[in-house]
Design a protein around this ligand. Structure first.
Ligand SMILES: *[C@@H]1O[C@H](CO)[C@@H](O)[C@H](O)[C@H]1NC(C)=O
Ligand SMILES: *[C@@H]1O[C@H](CO)[C@@H](O)[C@H](O)[C@H]1NC(C)=O
Ligand SMILES: *[C@@H]1O[C@H](CO)[C@@H](O)[C@H](O)[C@H]1NC(C)=O
Ligand SMILES: *[C@@H]1O[C@H](CO)[C@@H](O)[C@H](O)[C@H]1NC(C)=O
Length: 427
């Protein structure tokens, strides 16, 4: 065989391999970007584990607990002591998009985080960051932000280290030291010029997402606020199921192309924590029955952070004790005599087939009833022998997590202070 044919053969084999991992090359169109799960076949952060199903569920719960501690620290406005488990935690937050930073553009994958404002980018030379970093020396539009500038004051957790605007913060269980910088950032076709972000120099504690974080919170330094003239502080996403092998959803920026027939519920503002998306959860249904939940478990309370947030980074929904117990008891009642077991933080698991009896579940908000299918609240072991209700109790506030949001379009319309929710199968 001559060299040309050999080359052709290799190219053909390569394209065959490529076509086997579906949609990885599906291009982003206009202001609509592909969103991948961090363990997707398309994700370079995919970790091949030898964990059993039980172990991987327990690990996801542990990661979620770390996430919850992080959210609690945001709500309470205090930082908490890092847990420093030393384990590499990748599940939280779980969805990534491709982002270009600098001139000429450097491509990075970043995690979507609707509860964080300032973006955090692993920069070249960072101690404790893994995988790809952004090399600021290769970007002609990169600027370090000086201490005392307006942007430095706008971003939380900044302080002056000499003349540099420096950030010392905890993210999940990781302590981060970063310097505040600005550069162009491009998600879709248009660039946001001089976008401020934390250029990470040091990460300790082992749980920082290796891909960095794109902050989609509501605060002034978030991407949503910084790209306001381009995208009118409006975006939506559809998160693919993490069970699906296709694993590609969409992040849509701006008002163009957003669904017209979508029902909205108002966003609530907690003046003590302006970055979080609070919604008013007024009740829950199991099947057609409205569960009797004590109103205090759902009440919005800016003083102690109580109420309900919608978060892209938590995996499993958390409900305040009284709400969780009521929902779980009604769910168990519907399962009849099937014997209940527990797995880690999940206390409602079954080792017998139950799927035929499983009712729908509905989150009720003013203006929208968000109906969940089994895939949004049940997890199954690989061979289907164990099934758990994938929700658990939390102390301070309720979190509508990403498993429950999968295969829904969630539209954040900040100028009108509302969030739209509709079912959309994106994987
Ligand atoms: C970056 O922003 C500057 C203006 O600050 C602009 O001149 C340059 O073209 C931008 N680069 C890219 C890649 O958009
Ligand atoms: C950040 O924290 C490190 C270690 O805890 C400390 O050495 C450093 O001085 C802090 N930087 C600022 C700007 O507070
Ligand atoms: C993957 O996507 C293709 C179309 O793009 C669809 O036909 C197929 O059913 C999907 N597979 C899964 C497991 O969702
Ligand atoms: C949600 O469901 C409840 C109870 O079934 C019903 O009373 C209410 O009108 C529904 N809300 C919307 C917005 O459809």
């Amino acid at each position: 065989m001559d060299a040309l044919h050999l080359t052709l053969l290799i190219l053909c084999s390569l394209s065959l391999v490529y076509s086997l991992s579906p949609n990885c090359e599906a291009t982003s169109q206009g202001s609509t970007l592909r969103v991948y799960h961090v363990s997707s076949p398309c994700s370079p952060f995919r970790v091949k584990t030898s964990l059993s199903w039980e172990e991987s569920v327990l690990q996801m719960q542990a990661d979620d607990t770390t996430r919850l501690n992080y959210l609690t620290s945001l709500v309470a406005g205090r930082s908490f002591v890092p847990i420093g488990s030393g384990r590499q935690i990748i599940q939280s937050p779980t969805y990534i998009v491709k982002v270009n930073i600098g001139t000429p553009p450097q491509s990075l994958l970043m995690a979507l985080d609707t509860s964080t404002d300032t973006a955090l980018v692993p920069c070249a030379g960072c101690v404790g960051c893994s995988s790809t970093t952004f090399d600021s020396a290769k970007s002609v539009s990169f600027l370090s932000l000086a201490c005392g500038t307006d942007q430095c004051k706008q971003v939380q957790s900044t302080s002056c280290l000499g003349t540099t605007c420096s950030m010392n913060m905890t993210y999940g269980a990781t302590s981060i030291v970063a310097s505040l910088a600005r550069d162009n950032i491009t998600l879709a076709t248009d660039s946001v010029f001089g976008y401020p972000f934390g250029c990470i120099q040091k990460a300790t504690g082992g749980s920082f997402p290796p891909q960095g974080v794109l902050g989609l919170g509501r605060g002034p330094s978030s991407f949503v606020s910084q790209s306001k003239t381009l995208y009118q502080s409006t975006f939506s996403y559809c998160l693919p199921s993490f069970k699906s092998s296709n694993f590609s959803g969409t992040l849509r920026l701006g008002t163009n192309g957003q669904p017209k027939n979508i029902r909205y519920t108002p966003l609530l503002v907690n003046p003590k924590k302006t970055s979080l998306y609070y919604v008013n959860l007024i009740g829950m249904k199991v099947g057609s029955k409205i569960v009797n939940i004590p109103p205090s478990a759902l009440a919005f309370n800016p003083n102690n952070g109580g109420g309900t947030i919608i978060d892209s980074g938590t995996v499993f929904t958390r409900l305040v004790d009284g709400a969780y117990t009521a929902v779980r008891d009604e769910f168990r009642r519907r399962m009849g005599k099937a014997v209940v077991s527990s797995l880690g933080g999940f206390d409602t698991c079954y080792t017998v087939p139950i799927l035929k009896q499983v009712p729908t579940m509905t989150f009720m908000f003013p203006g929208v009833n968000m109906s969940l299918t089994q895939d949004n609240f049940l997890i199954h072991s690989t061979f289907g022998s164990t099934t758990c209700l994938a929700m658990s109790a939390s102390a301070a506030f309720n979190v509508i997590a990403n498993m429950q949001q999968q295969n829904h379009r969630i539209l954040y319309d900040i100028p009108n202070s509302r969030v739209g929710i509709s079912r959309e199968v994106c994987s």
